[in-house]
Design a protein around this ligand. Structure first.
Ligand code: FE2
Length: 78
């Protein structure tokens, strides 16, 4: 079952929203690989998702700090 990004998921920052949409798309690639029982595609999808997730978390933290948002309490949840 694919995940869909909706306006309700928006955090009000286009950069973060764009990255979240990308992560959802990559998560859907993982789901599709599982559904297709395609081991190679699953490994590749997980590696890609993991790489982009690391990039996103760094970007998100930078944006939060620039906006004066204390990100420390949110880090463990991600
Ligand atoms: Fe995020």
């Amino acid at each position: 079952m694919a995940i869909k990004w909706t306006k309700e998921l928006s955090v009000g920052n286009e950069v973060i929203d764009s990255e979240h949409r990308n992560l959802i798309s990559l998560a859907n690639d993982v789901v599709h690989a599982i559904e297709a029982r395609n081991h190679l595609a699953l490994v590749q999808a997980l590696e890609t998702l993991g790489s982009w997730l690391q990039i996103h978390l760094v970007n998100e933290e930078k944006i939060a700090h620039a906006a004066g948002f204390d990100f420390s309490s949110h880090k463990p949840a991600q």
